[in-house]
Design a protein around this ligand. Structure first.
Ligand code: EPZ
Length: 420
């Protein structure tokens, strides 16, 4: 398993280009199942999760090509059953359920496993599809879904932690080809959900209320192909901004959409980071000491849970006490123990992490546990004095394209050590 070797203490300087959004592209690739026509998807990041999703689509019988950031998919001859081993391994693959039901009236996919950040239930996905008249059976770890004709209905998709992103995606895709009108109440408003909605509209779907908590989808007989460019990855942008601030660098972020992460920018500025907007770029500097601040993760447009770990690495450098409250997932503090090995002072009390900063971080061998935790450890390693080795970097490759190359382009001393 590969690891990163980082010699910290070097201020990041220069320009970085943000790639396409992982969490937008995964459901958009699944949406190609909704039509026999070829679909061209642009600004697709080369990530292991993307390649996994393409493998799944191929196992369903789709023809796929992925070259220079562009994917073409032709799902003319697909079947309703995919490679369960593949589907079981990636949570994001749950979003093939809606399209398969819409196309075939039946689908058999494995229950997505949980992961380190939480149990990851899918009750809201199933509630939404059942509202469209789907019959669902769960047995031997598989979801067996059948429907004679998807029929529009009104469904409330809010759960104990608010709306569901991929649940909204699944129901919206199924509703696009259902008979009649579907209203999704408490729909997720994340930019990635809106991007999927816009892509579906470009395929002929009729969707109103995009970006709002109430989506109204009027089913159509069929959808046609599209040529669609995915939004930039707001989480990658926030990750590089935290890295620039943590190393007291001077970095220009190109190609991001700051309106997609206003809550993060607000908290970064409160913590003493300077963000200058100029002609579509963001210049990130940190002139003085960081200041402690509190964050609570929330559904969009609140502070995104996917930036919580990276922000903790940054704020652990701020003299004083900061409180980070994780309200979306029940165990998204796996990065804490590893940051503490680097000298961070963090106490966990239920959903709260009390971070006492100011002593700086020191290099240590650390272990990545999940995608965003590994990003936090890289940020810690960049800020720490000495050499940090981050093990199990395959977690990072799921969601960041060529991260070590982009960081080296900013002057970081980082290299990938082939698997031991
Ligand atoms: C998406 O996951 C993202 N993944 C996650 O990003 C992100 O953290 C999450 O949305 C929240 O923003 C992709 O888009 C591929 P949810 P998703 O359903 O859709 C509970 C990353 O690092 N819930 O919005 O699976 C759930 O337990 C990944 O890029 C139910 O209770 O998340 C959680 O507490 C990690 N029942 C909350 O809702 C359900 O049926 C939000 O989950 C579904 C979810």
């Amino acid at each position: 398993m590969d690891s990163f070797l980082i010699e910290g203490g070097v201020p990041l300087r220069g320009d970085v280009i943000i790639g396409g959004s992982k969490n937008a592209v995964l459901p958009i690739l699944a949406a190609a199942l909704l039509t026999k026509d070829p679909c061209t998807i642009r600004r697709v990041p080369d990530l292991s999760d993307v390649r996994f999703m393409l493998e799944i689509l191929k196992s369903l019988g789709a023809e796929t090509r992925f070259e220079d950031g562009t994917v073409t998919i032709r799902a003319a001859k697909v079947k309703g059953f995919g490679d369960y081993e593949l589907i079981r391994k990636m949570r994001g693959s749950i979003c093939i359920l809606g399209p398969l039901l819409a196309r075939f009236g039946q689908a058999r996919v494995s229950l997505p496993g949980g992961c380190v950040i939480g149990t990851r239930p899918i009750d809201l996905h199933l509630k939404g599809l059942a509202a469209l008249k789907t019959k669902i059976k769960i047995e031997n770890g598989y979801i067996d879904a059948r429907v004679r004709r998807l029929t529009g209905s009104t469904v409330f998709l809010g759960g104990r932690a608010g709306p569901t992103v991929l649940g909204t995606a699944n129901v919206m895709m199924a509703a696009s080809l259902a008979k009649g009108i579907t209203v999704i109440e408490s729909a997720a408003c994340e930019p990635e959900v809106s991007d999927l909605a816009q892509c579906l509209v470009s395929m002929g779907a009729r969707i109103h209320g995009i970006g709002s908590p109430t989506l109204t989808i009027t089913g159509v007989e069929e959808l046609h192909g599209t040529d669609y460019e995915v939004i930039p990855d707001r989480i990658e942008a926030c990750t590089f901004i935290c890295a620039a601030a943590a190393t007291r660098g001077d970095v220009i972020i190109h190609g991001s959409r700051p309106e997609h992460f206003a809550a993060v920018l607000d908290k970064l500025i409160e913590a003493g980071v300077r963000i200058e907007r100029k002609a579509g770029t963001l210049r990130v500097t940190r002139p003085g000491r960081l200041k402690p601040t509190d964050i609570t993760t929330m559904p969009y447009a609140g502070f995104p849970t996917d930036v919580q770990a990276q922000f903790m690495a940054l704020i652990s450098l701020a003299p004083g006490t900061s409180v980070i409250t994780e309200r979306i997932f029940e165990s998204r503090f796996m990065h804490v123990a590893e940051l503490m090995r680097m000298g961070a002072d963090v106490a966990i009390e239920g959903p709260n992490a009390i971070v006492k900063g100011g002593r700086g971080l020191s290099a240590a061998p650390v272990m990545a546990s999940d995608l965003r935790a590994s990003a936090a450890l890289v940020i810690g390693g960049l800020a720490a004095r000495g050499k940090t080795q981050v093990h199990r970097i395959y977690h990072l490759d799921r969601g960041y394209e060529r991260m070590e190359e982009k960081l080296r382009g900013l002057g970081a001393r980082i290299s990938r050590v082939a698997g031991e």
